[in-house]
Design a protein around this ligand. Structure first.
Ligand code: HEM
Length: 149
C-alpha cells in the first residue's frame, strides 16, 4: 500500500501536516506573548483554533467514525486504541477551551478580559500540545510501517 494510493492515508497525512502547522503556530503565538505582543498573540491563537477546527471536522471526525466499523476499534489492550482514547478527549477539550478563549475576546481592543484568562490559557496550551503530539504518534502507529516501506 502506498500513501498516495489510499484516500484515508492521504487525508490522515493532510491532517498530520495541519497538526504540525498548528503546533508551530501555537509555539509562535506563545513566543509573541513572551515578547508582550498580546494582540498579535491573540490573533495567532485565533488562527491556530481555526486550523485545528479544519483538521478536526474535515478529517478526524470522519476518520474516527469510520474506525468504529472495525472490530479492532474495541480492543482496549491495543496501544493504538488507548492512544486514540486519550487523544480524542484531549483534542476536544483543547478545541472547546481555545474556541471559548478567542470567541470571548472577539478581537476587542480592550485586552483586560484576556489577562483574566491567563490560567485557562496556560492549561489549554498544555492540553493542546499533548493532544497534538499524541495525534502525531497515532499517525506513526497507523502509517509508520508504510512510510518505512
Ligand atoms: C487558544 C487560545 C489561546 C491560548 C492557548 C493562549 C495561551 C496563552 C499562554 C500559554 C499564556 C501564558 C500564561 C502564563 O504566563 O502562565 C498566555 C498569556 C496571555 N494571553 Fe493568551 N492564549 C490564547 C488566546 C489569547 C487571546 C485571544 C488573547 C487576547 C488578546 C490572549 C491574551 C493573552 C494575554 C494578555 C496574556 C498575558 C497574561 C498575563 O501575563 O497576565 N490570549 N496565553
Amino acid at each position: 500500500m502506498s500513501l498516495l494510493g489510499d484516500p484515508f492515508a492521504l487525508a490522515a497525512t493532510a491532517s498530520l501536516v495541519i497538526q504540525i502547522i498548528v503546533l508551530v503556530v501555537l509555539l509562535y503565538g506563545y513566543s509573541l506573548k513572551r515578547r508582550n505582543k498580546f494582540r498579535q498573540h491573540g490573533t495567532t491563537m485565533l488562527a491556530a483554533v481555526v486550523l485545528h477546527a479544519i483538521s478536526i471536522f474535515a478529517v478526524m471526525v470522519p476518520s474516527f467514525f469510520s474506525g468504529f466499523s472495525s472490530p479492532e476499534a474495541f480492543d482496549f489492550t491495543s496501544i493504538l486504541v488507548i492512544t486514540a482514547l486519550i487523544h480524542v478527549p484531549l483534542g476536544i477539550i483543547a478545541f472547546v477551551l481555545g474556541l471559548w478563549i478567542v470567541a470571548s475576546w472577539h478581537l476587542q481592543t480592550d485586552l483586560k478580559p484576556c489577562f483574566k484568562k491567563k490560567l485557562v490559557m496556560r492549561s489549554t496550551i498544555i492540553i493542546w500540545i499533548i493532544a497534538l503530539l499524541l495525534g502525531v504518534y497515532l499517525y506513526l502507529l497507523f502509517y509508520g510501517a508504510v512510510l518505512l516501506g
